[in-house]
Design a binder for this molecule. Structure first.
Ligand code: FES
Ligand code: FES
Length: 155
């Protein structure tokens, strides 16, 4: 049994403490925007926020989440896709297949919370999520757009 605060709602879930948080989010809570990619903390498809920091939920035991921790998934980032990162992603048309993109958006939102005006080097250091479709240039452009850094051109 665990008590999780996800997207502002407290949920009681019946799971073993060593269950990965990702599976609880997807299967017990039913929020499937958070994706499974590698399962070993390498790809970032499963990225969520815990207390505003980005976390790879495939590699976090649900038993290590505290009652007081605030978990935010892609579904809770904004009510109507109005978060600056979501708006920039749409404006630049970042996704191709889309599979990695909820994780990319969560990583970008956490970066901007920590560093509102990131440099290219900051973006490259923070955005370590893998994209099989190679959308990295558009991701970087969209992060700059979300940050209000100048007038990025579409790539
Ligand atoms: S599924 Fe979690 S990092 Fe790849
Ligand atoms: S958009 Fe396809 S994996 Fe990133």
């Amino acid at each position: 049994m665990a008590k999780l605060n996800i997207n502002g709602s407290v949920r009681d879930v019946q799971v073993e403490p060593d269950t990965p948080l990702l599976w609880v989010i997807r299967e017990q809570v039913g929020l499937t925007g958070t994706k499974y990619g590698c399962g070993v903390a390498q790809c970032g498809a499963c990225s969520v926020h815990i207390n505003d920091a980005v976390v790879r939920s495939c590699s976090m035991r649900v038993g290590d989440v505290k009652d007081s921790d605030r978990i935010v998934t892609i579904e809770g980032l904004s009510k109507d896709s109005s978060h600056p990162v979501q708006k920039a992603w749409a404006a630049i048309d970042v996704p191709q297949c889309g599979y990695c993109q909820s994780g990319q958006i969560m990583a970008a939102a956490a970066l901007l919370k920590q560093k509102p005006k990131p440099t290219d080097a900051d973006i490259d250091a923070a955005m370590t999520n893998i994209c099989r479709c190679g959308t990295y240039q558009r991701i970087r452009t969209a992060v700059h757009l979300a940050a209000g850094n100048g007038n990025p051109s579409r790539t």
